[in-house]
Design a protein around this ligand. Structure first.
Ligand code: PSU
Ligand code: MN
Length: 310
């Protein structure tokens, strides 16, 4: 790799420390989904449930966050519970993570920041719900998530349920292609749309099982290519919300965000909260199902990687 070894101390949970010693598969999890992506108390229930899903699938979960200046790789239940209830927690990405750590702050890690932390800890697989992308109107706002550039430079395979329809998905795919990020959909040809299993867009790549995804991850590293992979795992069909049902709701949430002048880091949390309200919680039920589905796939990919030489 081109990056110098990190000298930043990491704080491992007991469970993750044990897994590292024995070489057990580990799956990273982000914390912004807990602090900014879902309301309390469902966020805490989901955080615990997703960790358990990973254990049940034979791997060890490592939820990542910055707590009072320490970069935590794996949280215990008290830390998870505190984070789920905390107010005004910073939302950390590549740009602000070091400042938060250096100043003793507390922050939740986005996809970009979780990838950075996972890589520092030698964790190659990270499961989440949705990644950030190119927002609608980005030609004026320039609002393009740092998650996309992170995927091009940090060697972590990220499992998500495609991109949310609150984003400009075609532009998101274009940026990923420009950045050289493999976008791999599991088991279908169309690119999944987060709450909906399919979309009118063709996925750039398709693989049908965890073993193939693990092999592609290793092959990329063997070629000296920087960056990771985006694995798009469709929401289970019986849990999806049809795209046609969501379209007017997303349009309404977006126009409210525009009218209220919501910008920058506030955009994604605002849209998610409004869609939750406008679907009477249905969006959250679907979100939970897809995150759990991604966690299970992440555990399988991590287990396959343990058996493939670096
Ligand atoms: N999508 C979700 N839930 C989330 C996020 C995205 O369905 O919680 C979070 C992730 O942490 C992602 C971040 O990395 O939002 C992207 O924020 P932004 O668009 O400000 O880069
Ligand atoms: Mn943004």
């Amino acid at each position: 790799m081109t990056t110098a070894p990190s000298t930043l101390p990491l704080t491992f949970s007991a469970e993750v420390a044990t897994a590292r010693e024995s070489g057990a598969p580990i799956v990273a999890l982000e914390s912004t989904i807990i602090t900014h992506g879902m309301p309390y108390p469902q966020n805490l229930e989901v955080a615990r449930q997703v960790e358990q899903d990973i254990r049940d699938a034979g791997a060890v979960p490592a939820t990542i966050a910055v707590i009072r200046g320490a970069l935590h790789i794996g949280l215990d239940d008290d830390q998870l519970s505190d984070l789920a209830q905390a107010k005004d927690v910073a939302k950390l990405s590549r740009a602000d993570m070091a400042v938060c750590i250096a100043s003793g702050g507390t922050g939740a890690t986005t996809v970009a920041a979780t990838m950075i932390a996972a890589n520092l800890a030698g964790i190659e697989v990270f499961a989440t719900g949705g990644i950030g992308g190119v927002h609608k109107g980005a030609e004026d706002s320039f609002d393009i998530s740092a998650d996309l550039m992170e995927l091009s430079q940090t060697p972590v395979t990220v499992i998500a349920a495609g991109a949310k329809a609150i984003l400009d998905v075609p532009k998101t795919l274009e940026v990923l292609e420009t950045q050289g990020v493999p976008v791999i959909t599991v088991g279908q040809d169309s690119f999944p749309a987060f709450w909906s299993a399919g979309s009118a867009l063709q996925s750039p790549l398709r693989l049908d099982d965890a073993a193939a995804i693990a092999k592609a991850h290793r092959t990329r590293a063997a070629m000296g290519l920087p960056g990771g992979q985006l694995v798009a795992n469709p929401i289970p069909a019986d849990e999806e919300i049809p795209a046609a049902e969501l379209a007017p709701i997303i349009a309404q949430a977006q126009s409210e965000a525009d009218a209220q002048g919501v910008s920058g880091k506030g955009v994604t949390p605002f849209l998610l909260q409004r869609i939750f309200e406008l679907t009477e919680g249905h969006s959250l039920t679907a979100n939970i199902a897809l995150v759990r589905n991604n966690a299970r796939l992440g555990a399988k990919i991590a287990a396959n990687l343990v058996n493939l030489p670096r």
